[in-house]
Design a protein. Structure first.
Length: 503
């Protein structure tokens, strides 16, 4: 359909503002912002009083992570249509993502759409960005008191509490909501999911017991119990619970079952199970587990999947960054939490909030430009396209990011082995390192690619990469990776996922 969207954009008459708006908005929604940008720029020049066209121009710039011109375009749209709630929210969101103060803009957007959940979540993020974590939580709690069924609000409040180190009060809003609506299954599921993200399976099991009493029996509780047994290594009980569920029909549960089979020491069975899902896994959720199964069983398909050395690239960018010291100082100022994120892989450190590469600080714009160039170089070196391979796509441009962030690890900090299901290519860029605490016989602080110790599997790394200031490592998002612990000091990095180009 992208070809049809591009054609519609091309055929839109320059005198027809309605057609230009419809075609431009459709093109941007479908990943054709590069094609849309010159058309929409010409459109706003021809129809400068049309707020909708300025809005689409802002959306195209935002998709390209060009937030300074995006904010300017949204600002023009807001001036032309001051009562349009969507435009007001777009301006507030883009301003916050650019790294600029946005609270007043979110208050304006909320005045126009006081019950818009996405604006309320944006306001919480803006408070956090301005260093007011307590205010972000309190604002959500006020809304949740009147709207106890707002699941996204509960989930965000829990993540914020965890980031602030409040593990005891992590699920307080959910517990209050359940006391009001004890038969609401969705609330029990959200409560279990919070503890599942924190890998507190004992808490999940407690939720299951209480939930069954209050809300009755449900396959939701049955599935959660099976996952808990598997993650706790209770193989026999997990086998029985998975069997009682019947055929697995959802990819998330299929991934959980693969984890169980691998942890239970049955890689042949895991591989056969994954083969059954080959045509039902467009986002490659099972590929990392299939890779582990192939390696454990000696299946030669592993070499096809991950064995080509061109899949991993190392690029030293120090000479392309004006000042690594200035970049590191910029990054330190963005670490506002005191605890690692609830659902992320790092331990003993913090992670920034929001898309890092959308910010307008010159240090980050310079880093982004150097990264894009390195990604383009890496993509050009990849093996030829293979329609069956999760990484070797036919279309490999443009470079867009599905996420970007900074991680600051302290002494004994590390990343558990993990993968990035939302990405195509993933990364590690080193801004500052405690050189005296790196290396040694255990490769302290090094990037380990291919280890799956998170599942207790005896698989040696495919590759160990030594960090150096200014070094960028790129690898497929489906490959297991983690960081070895180190003894002391600060390990400051930037990471990102390159999004799959629209095929």
């Amino acid at each position: 359909m992208t070809g049809e969207h591009a054609l519609r954009l091309k055929l839109a008459s320059p005198d027809d503002a309605d057609a230009l708006y419809a075609a431009g908005a459709l093109a941007v929604r479908n990943g054709l912002e590069d094609e849309a940008l010159p058309v929409v720029e010409a459109a706003v020049a021809r129809h400068p009083g049309d707020a909708r066209l300025w809005q689409v121009l802002g959306l195209a710039r935002r998709r390209r992570e060009e937030l300074a011109p995006a904010v300017a375009a949204f600002g023009k749209a807001a001036a032309l249509a001051p009562t349009d709630a969507l435009i007001a929210h777009s301006l507030a969101r883009a301003t916050m993502e650019a790294g600029l103060p946005a609270m007043a803009l979110f208050e304006r957007a909320l005045a126009l759409a006081p019950n818009d959940a996405s604006v309320l979540l944006g306001q919480a993020a803006a408070r956090l960005a301005e260093g007011n974590l307590a205010g972000a939580i309190e604002g959500l709690e006020r809304v949740l008191a009147d709207n106890p069924g707002w699941l996204a609000g509960h989930a965000t409040a829990a993540r914020l509490r965890f980031a602030g180190g409040d593990e005891d009060g992590l699920t307080s809003s959910l517990e209050r909501a359940i006391s009001v609506q004890p038969r609401e299954l969705a609330l029990w599921r959200e409560l279990a999911d919070v503890w599942m993200h924190g890998e507190r399976y004992d808490r999940v099991l407690d939720v299951i017991v209480r939930g069954r009493v209050a809300a009755g029996s449900s396959v939701v509780f049955d599935a959660l119990e099976a996952v808990c047994a598997a993650e706790q290594g209770d193989t026999n009980r997990a086998d029985a619970l998975f069997a009682a569920l019947g055929p697995i029909g959802h990819i998330t549960m299929a991934a959980r079952y693969m984890r169980h089979l691998l942890r239970a020491g049955r890689p042949d069975e895991a591989s056969r199970f994954a083969d059954l899902w080959a045509d039902r896994d467009p986002d490659n959720f099972l590929i990392p587990y299939q890779s582990a199964a192939w390696r454990l069983t000696g299946d030669p398909r592993w070499q096809w999947l991950e064995g080509d050395e061109r899949l991993i690239g190392i690029y030293d960018l120090a000479d392309k960054i004006p000042s690594l010291d200035a970049l590191a100082e910029c990054l330190r100022g963005l670490h506002l939490s005191v605890h690692h994120p609830l659902e992320q892989s790092l331990r003993g450190g913090t992670q920034t909030d929001g898309p890092l590469f959308s910010r307008i600080e010159p240090e980050l714009r310079a880093l982004r430009a150097a990264v894009v160039e390195a990604v383009e170089t890496h993509v050009a070196r990849l093996p030829p396209p293979d329609p069956a391979h999760p990484t070797l796509l036919a279309k490999r441009a443009p470079v867009r990011f599905s996420g970007s962030w900074s991680v600051r690890l302290a002494g004994a900090g590390f990343h558990v082995n993990h993968v990035h299901p939302a990405g195509w290519l993933s990364s590690a860029f080193y801004a500052a390192l405690p050189e005296a605490a790196m290396g040694g016989p255990a490769h302290d602080g090094w990037l380990s690619i291919g280890e799956v110790s998170e599942l207790g599997l005896d698989l040696a790394p495919i590759r160990l990469v030594e960090p150096k200031p200014g070094r960028l490592v790129l690898f497929p998002s489906t490959i297991w990776h983690g960081t070895r612990p180190f003894s002391a000091g600060e390990r400051l990095t930037v990471a990102f996922d390159v999004a799959k180009p629209v095929q």
